[in-house]
Design a protein around this ligand. Sequence first.
Ligand code: UDP
Length: 244
Amino acid sequence: MSEAEKLYEGKAKIIYPTAEPEVLLTYFKDDATAFNAQKRGTIAGKGAINCTISSKIFQRLEREGIPTHFIDQPEPNQMRVRRVTIVPVEVVVRNIAAGSLCKQTGLPPGKELKPPLVEFFYKNDALGDPLLTIERLLVMELATKEQVEQLRDMALRINELLKGIFHECGITLVDFKLEFGIDSDGKLLLADEISPDTCRLWDEAEADPQKRVMDKDRFRLDLGQVEAAYERVLERILGGNIVT
Ligand code: UDP
């Protein structure tokens, strides 16, 4: 795959066209960024790990009735996906307060959020992915009212499924970010990835607030053992046989 063929290159993935117009090939990189790309690094093996975790989770979600862009995983770090137009809204679901929520609201980290909190962010690096209100989202014509309801409903349903999947693996799902796309038939599909880059995941068996972190916070907060944590999530997902 040559540079010239690239359709798009983001912070963690490169997207290539394929011979089939409705099918794209996503290549997962080992590159890691945080804080709107102000912090950069590499997590060895991350591409293959995140691609495999995402593939398994997408397959399980499909089986549970969630439409996703996933087709198959031809190589450990490559995923074939349905071509979609990405909705420029990041949908974050939170079960436990952490990260930007605590920074912006003063809520104590670790506070349980019942019911889960759904938030929408504008997917725009130049603007720093700002938090949106529904009214702003509608004024900006990022989605229709019906689509916003659909995004919220799907995100909450996915949260219930993901909480269960991770719990089967001994992992607490703290929060996560989803992206959605619209295919050529106008259908809303879950897209992007679901991995330790996009979720906060805590080891249920570990009470220590630093040791329990199994996600990108290890990189963001310089907690060390980043690769090992990602590998442990992969091992648990594979060991948990979440697709069979
Ligand atoms: N997240 C993400 N990409 C982003 C921003 C957030 O995948 O561009 C994920 C992040 O890993 C966490 C959740 O969304 O699981 C909530 O992130 P938060 O808003 O707390 O932002 P952060 O503290 O990560 O900057």
